[in-house]
Design a protein around this ligand. Structure first.
Ligand SMILES: [Zn+2]
Length: 184
């Protein structure tokens, strides 16, 4: 496949989201590795997002999943000593509302602290459940729309203090057997 041309923030978020969807289908099917049809899903979704025939589903889908998941640490699955964690740190403009809040155990909560979610994931050395990354991507997308950043060049965001790190958005994922959807 030709190398993707990704220059704007919008393209990068879409590409990250398409890769996440590819990983999601492979995990759901319990595949050990990515197959041709997974790559086709990615290509189709990325193209559809760019030409406007598809969209990133609203965050309300994720809210439903959150309610179904119940009171469990969304990062590690612990069921005790839970607190509410702000996915986007409040220090960097993360809001104190439902879409930015999930349950996390005290250990994960204090380990994450005010770090960017993906930065923390890299620091942990273990990929987070895909549903959390999906929520993070949607929060990033929404933030960029609301703050008029979505059609900027990626490089323009690198030095801004934002609740996400544009250069860390995942554009490739480990093998599906190393990933989980949720912490249940
Ligand atoms: Zn935890």
């Amino acid at each position: 496949m030709a190398k993707q041309k990704i220059e704007t923030v919008r393209e990068l978020i879409y590409y990250s989201y398409a890769n996440l969807a590819m990983a999601h289908t492979a995990v759901e099917k319990k595949q050990e590795k990515y197959e041709m049809f997974n790559f086709m899903i990615r290509a189709k979704l990325f193209k559809g997002l760019k030409d406007g025939t598809m969209n990133m589903r609203t965050i309300f889908d994720d809210e439903k999943i959150k309610l179904q998941t119940g009171q469990i640490c969304n990062y590690c699955g612990a069921t005790e000593k839970l607190a509410l964690d702000h996915i986007f740190p409040q220090k960097y403009g993360g809001q104190d509302n439902a879409e930015n809040l999930i349950f996390a155990c005290r250990t994960c909560n204090s380990s994450k602290g005010k770090k960017d979610l993906i930065k923390w994931m890299i620091f942990r050395g273990q990929f987070l459940p895909l549903m959390i990354i999906r929520r993070y991507l949607k929060l990033t997308f929404k933030y960029c729309i609301e703050n008029d950043l979505i059609d900027k060049q990626i490089a323009e965001l690198k030095d801004l203090e934002l609740p996400f790190k544009i250069e860390l958005l995942p554009t490739s994922y480990p093998k599906p057997n190393l990933l989980t959807l949720n912490t249940e």
